[in-house]
Ligand binder design. Sequence first.
Ligand code: GUN
Length: 293
Amino acid sequence: MTAQIIDGKAFAAHLSKQVAHGVKTVKASVTPGLAVILVGEDPASQVYIRNKGKACAEAGIASFEKILPVSITQAELLIEIARYNADTNVHGILVQLPLPDHIDAQAIINAIDPLKDVDGFHVINAGKLAVGQDGLVPCTPLGCILLLKDKLGSSLAGKHAVVLGRSNIVGKPMAQLLLKESCTVTICHSRTEFLSQETRRGDILVAAIGKPEFVKGNWVKPGATVIDVGINRVAKADGTTKLVGDVDFTAASEFAKFITPVPGGVGPMTIACLLRNTLQAACAIHGVAFPLG
Ligand code: GUN
């Protein structure tokens, strides 16, 4: 079998257009605004921020940026958060992770107004997801579930989904979202015994372990749908570098029915979902119906 590729780039472009249209429909009531805070000068994070700013502009979302020195204290960062919490032009606040070691990242995230927590990382939003209440959902898992629903639709129910990775950003919320779709969910991680036996049980396999090409072809159940969340930069023989996922794409394509590539799979969905969450937050704050609901 050679898998059909799930085109995340095309789906993300479609979703971004839907958000842009939604922004227009709520324009009389609110112009959604997203604030991004970056601590330090990590070049990869600077690229992300530039891309986020561009995507916001295309969708008609106002964007605000604060780049702060790596030496900033916890207390000073909390003041910046409080400013954006109080700013009525800002409906979404994203603090770029990772933060420097001297900062308590979860304390910073929990200082964000949960209504403006477009990353969905606040303990209130994580709790809402766990008990099945509506709230803001982390962008990457949301992007994965939208891709899965597009490909598999209502047939998600009853499927065995295996999530490889247990982070608060991807693995745990991904498992919650799959449960909500009535999948039977197994969460595996780096300490799981007989890992390949577990992954081979997945009709759906979501790889988010952060290790380049970790999942081998024969770890994939024949006919499975593989969602690769990994983005790893690796060296090539000629000295240049390339991006690869957490799955050996070529080998896994011989087993899977559907598979996301890297790049061009889950990655573009994350930013599109950030725009979606910002629109959702602005609508909730202003008591306007969410046009993509
Ligand atoms: N760093 C890597 N991924 C993310 C994300 O989804 N949100 C934030 N805030 N930082 C990140």
